[in-house]
Design a binder for this molecule. Structure first.
Ligand SMILES: [Zn+2]
Length: 68
């Protein structure tokens, strides 16, 4: 199962989609991965760190993140 992000009515599943929705946010790679590309799933990102660093409020339930 992959990490996903729900932002309002938008459901984000890939790095490319994440960039579209959060263009100004620094992406932080999960150490388990060498690198990432736009069509990768969100497992390649450390979403907690990404949101914390950007000051974005969220709730996480399992692998599903919801922007609050
Ligand atoms: Zn995944």
């Amino acid at each position: 199962m992959c990490q996903t992000v729900r932002k309002g009515t938008v459901f984000i599943e890939t790095v490319g989609q994440f960039k579209e929705q959060f263009p100004a946010v620094d992406l932080i790679k999960n150490d388990c991965y060498e690198d990432f590309r736009d069509d990768d799933c969100l497992c390649v990102l450390e979403l907690d760190d990404v949101f914390d660093k950007a000051g974005i409020e969220y709730e996480a339930e399992g692998m599903e993140y919801t922007i609050t």
